[in-house]
Design a binder for this molecule. Structure first.
Ligand SMILES: Cc1cc2nc3c(=O)[nH]c(=O)nc-3n(C[C@H](O)[C@H](O)[C@H](O)COP(=O)(O)OP(=O)(O)OC[C@H]3O[C@@H](n4cnc5c(N)ncnc54)[C@H](O)[C@@H]3O)c2cc1C
Length: 324
């Protein structure tokens, strides 16, 4: 069981950056185990898109589409992934640490009696015993988790391994899915947020906290987001106050995001907020309080009044954009 199975979740038929990251990660684990990295894709995904997985070391992609996989049906998805793992002799199954994985990975874990590490932060530090690092206490500490079961499941925290190109010959095979137990829920209608950029997809996020003082002060945040092609987000009190929609709230009880660049404007950096943003590659903070905890997490910090600093920053970005 040296093979590694990677579940490549898609959004409207397209893979997100996190999928190329777990493809790279799973390929590296397969290399360490001396096995084959195999992807499984459920739902309609174009052949070119499936083949793109070959750029990250994947040598085989199993696919299943049709009515059953049109929307997320936990039982059907679980059955297909478990079947593929058994059929392909996969000892390790990889997910990205997404909401979909939260719904499916524990079910696959029960079905295959596989120990699971959710939101791992790197490669196994040891193969025997199989030991995987992960964050605990919302990123305040790290733990090395030993998985003793024969099969192992890992979900990988975004931006913790990176996307690594490693071209391989890739073949695409249809997975003959055995009939799963009938779904106990049925999706009758879906409505997608439109117009604005989705937070989970955004490479840049401009986020405001209670330090913005009022809903009326959001114009410079919207402006910075427009200049940079970024999404907007906020801390929980801001959405609780009704200054911004709940869909923008990030953190422990909101969305978990992992952009390349996260602006924290008038945000204190409470542990519950950082739990949702600490996988960002670069964090820039503006805060009047030089001792605010956000500066411990930030890569760049400006101590100052956001109402004064942000317009200057916007002006500088606008000028830079016009000149380049
Ligand atoms: C169970 C639980 C779950 C939670 N989940 C979440 C969650 O998912 N997400 C979340 O965000 N929070 C969450 N919280 C709340 C969290 O504990 C904090 O209360 C919250 O993150 C604080 O939001 P804030 O930083 O916007 O506001 P504040 O803590 O009020 O901080 C405002 C900051 O703005 C600065 N400031 C003030 N004026 C200015 C100015 N003019 N210019 C620049 N800076 C200025 C201040 O110095 C301060 O640092 C949760 C709490 C609990 C108990």
């Amino acid at each position: 069981m040296n093979n590694v199975l990677i579940y490549t979740e898609n959004f409207d038929g397209k893979f997100k950056k996190s999928i190329y990251e777990i493809a790279s990660y799973g390929s590296e684990i397969a290399r360490q185990l001396g096995g084959e990295p195999i992807a499984i894709s459920l739902g309609e995904v174009a052949e070119e898109e499936l083949k793109s997985l070959g750029n990250y070391g994947i040598s085989k992609v199993l696919t299943a589409a049709g009515e059953t996989f049109k929307t997320l049906q936990n039982r059907a998805y679980t059955a297909a992934i478990a079947q593929a793992a058994q059929q392909e002799n996969a000892g390790v199954i990889i997910f990205s640490a997404s909401n979909t994985a939260k719904a499916i990975a524990p079910r696959v874990s029960v079905k295959l009696k596989a120990g699971m590490v959710f939101a791992a932060t790197g490669l196994p530090s040891n193969l025997n015993p199989f030991t995987v690092p992960k964050k605990v206490f919302h990123g305040k500490a790290f733990a090395d988790v030993v998985v003793n079961s024969e099969r192992k499941i890992i979900s990988l925290s975004q931006n913790s391994f990176g996307v690594k190109e490693h071209p391989a010959e890739v073949t695409i095979e249809a997975l003959q899915v055995e009939a799963a137990a009938p779904a106990n829920t049925r999706v009758t209608d879906t409505q997608k947020a439109s117009g604005k950029m989705l937070l989970n997809d955004a490479e840049i996020i401009v986020s405001g906290g209670r330090g913005m003082k009022s809903a009326d002060n959001w114009q410079p945040i919207e402006e910075l987001a427009a200049i940079l092609g970024a999404a907007t987000a906020c801390s929980r009190p801001v959405s609780d106050e009704g200054w911004r929609p709940h869909a923008e709230h990030v953190g422990q009880t909101g969305k978990i995001v992992a952009p390349n660049l996260y602006f924290a404007l008038g945000i204190s950096g409470a542990i519950q907020h950082l739990a949702g943003v600490s996988s960002s590659k670069v964090i820039v903070a503006i805060n009047t309080d030089k001792d605010a905890p956000i500066f411990q997490a930030a890569d760049y910090g400006i101590v100052g009044d956001v109402q004064k600093v942000l317009p200057q920053l916007n002006e500088a970005f606008r000028k830079f954009k016009a000149e380049n």
